[in-house]
Design a protein around this ligand. Structure first.
Ligand code: GRF
Length: 207
């Protein structure tokens, strides 16, 4: 009997790539039922590319400055995803906002990880912002991507207490440790068909 084919995913990263590495390690160990068909990176100097190389992953470096418009940049990404048979996009520290057309095309098939309890602290300095605001807790959110910024339907969230004696560095470390557990958990839910797709949700709430 033929083995069932694994879903092909693309991981998008712009920086360090520790989430990419965590996902790649689990995929390699057979603990995440998918295949990383492509790593998309918009920054040729990103350490994520080195990590991708260590796992022998195929990479596409697509720089925004190589395109006249954002729409053309997004279209090139979509083209490469299709050429590689990608069915699911995992944003993991990708520092660009994907355009509405791209998001509509891939709707329900783009996940993002964000280091706060969304809708609190969207943006790029979420851990620091929660820390400076002297919050009692922050957390990690995995959500579907919609046309907004850090705003799509939540798949999983986990809270992390902030202790009064915490340094920012200690808090960051705990947040990242939770990320490495929560993203794979959400990916497994998605692959098992146990996440509610945004389009289905919209239909239900607008009868
Ligand atoms: C993570 O904190 C993730 O939640 C956020 O960007 C960071 C990426 O870190 N979206 P890394 O590149 O995976 O190390």
């Amino acid at each position: 009997m033929n083995k069932p084919t694994k879903k092909k995913v693309a991981v998008f990263a712009s920086g360090s790539g520790t989430n990419l590495e965590n996902i790649a390690r689990l995929v390699q160990a057979g603990k995440l039922g998918c295949e990383i068909a492509l790593v998309v990176c918009d920054n040729p100097h990103a350490y994520a590319l080195k990590r991708a190389g260590n796992f022998g992953l195929k990479t596409a470096v697509i720089e925004r400055k190589g395109f006249a418009s954002k729409a053309e940049f997004d279209a090139e990404i979509s083209k490469q995803l299709k050429e590689n048979g990608v069915e699911l996009i995992l944003l993991a520290g990708f520092m660009r906002i994907l355009g509405p057309e791209f998001v509509r095309m891939w709707k329900g098939r783009i996940l993002n990880i964000h280091p706060s309890l969304l809708p609190k602290y969207p943006g790029v300095h979420s851990i620091r912002d929660a820390y400076r605001a002297k919050e009692k807790e922050t957390g990690v959110t995995i959500h579907f991507v919609d046309e907004g910024v850090d705003s799509g339907p939540v798949i999983l969230q986990r809270s992390i207490p902030i202790q009064s004696e915490d340094t920012l560095e200690a808090l960051e470390e705990r947040v990242h440790a939770v990320e490495y557990e929560l993203y794979p958990e959400a990916i497994r839910l998605f692959l098992a068909g146990k996440t509610q797709q945004p389009s289905l949700r919209a239909k239900r709430s607008n009868p």
